[in-house]
Design a protein around this ligand. Sequence first.
Ligand SMILES: Cc1ncc(COP(=O)(O)O)c(C=O)c1O
Length: 412
Amino acid sequence: MQFAKSIEKLRASEIRELMKLASDPSIISFSGGMPNNDLFPVDVMEKITQNLSIADKKKAFQYGPTDGIPALKESLAKYLQSKGLPLDGNKILITTGAQQAINLITKVLVDPKDRILTEDPSFIGGIAAFNSYDANVEGIAMDEGGINIAALENAMKNGEKPKFLYVIPYFQNPAGTIYSPERKIELLDFIEKHDLPMLEDDPYGELWFDEEVKGWVKPMKAIAAERQTVGAGFKPAPTYKDNIMYVGSFAKILGPGFRLGYMLAPSELVDKCELAKQSQDACSSTYTQVLASAYLQSGQLEPYLEALRPKYKKRAQIMLDALDKYMPKDQGITWTKPRGGFFVWATLPENIDSSDVFKIAVKNGAAFVVGRAFDPKGKKNNGMRLAFSGADENKIEEGVKIIANAVKEVLN
Ligand SMILES: Cc1ncc(COP(=O)(O)O)c(C=O)c1O
């Protein structure tokens, strides 16, 4: 077979091989960036399904509009407005997962060799989508407060103007970090100054662990719109134009199996994405859209999230306590302290290869994802993504101990 050039840049074979080693169900796995199976709202959804009208059930079996069924778009619009997101001048497109939203945005904006700036590390699915359009993906350093603005300024000076900046500001995948309120304002100033479009990817924002960060998950797209409002307490930005593409997902609040995500973005861009979507899947699953829409309308989302947050918070705390207890001290190993979401990101000394740690850990019964998967250039491999979301709560400490012992073995 003579494969297309566009497929050549897709990598991950090594990572896939490593993950195969971790497929044994007895392994304590911190690999999957997925919700916990035992926490899905199965019972509520069962009742909602039973209560659907015959007309809705028929609709669920049929094709639907490419941009999404009207009932879901309406309930989603209310939900997005409640976060302060601007609907004026923007449109909603329901997509087959946030992954498709990222893919469509890239498809309509990016030509081969165009630059895309991302956080470093960044979401593997985002990097893969960008690579599939042969973009030049460049990682920008981050710290616990978000992306480094000076490094961004530098990147703007060195090369052609990037097509967009891709960020996951709230409980990042893989780093687990959240942007500070100050950093969000600095970043908004930055993109306004450079007239740089930004893709704000927000699948985890609802999963905050404490009241303080609850206030920090307000989307930058919402803050940018507020900055236009006289009296909002901000200096009006005269050059402002809405060039933030906000992407969300039902995967982490309902279940990835629904395969539902969405974008809220400037209308002209959404129109193009809708055209592109027609040739990909015609429409996202009407069946799950009908269910998701009934779920949003039922008012069950907020009570569910209230019950969910402490469960993930507890898992995160167990993991952090175990890291404190078992990880070697004074050897240059650091890890993030997530205040929401699914992930802890550990950084080993630069000369340590996390694949070596992985192989020992898997032999002894625990797995994580090696850093290279999240490096925009696919090279740096001294990071480890430890997802606390999917593992059995009672096994987290044991899993961390196995991984910490593997780290010790590689360090020695
Ligand atoms: C940051 C980020 N964006 C997008 C996605 C894709 O979400 P979906 O399952 O809705 O396609 C994920 C899933 O892991 C993610 O972590």
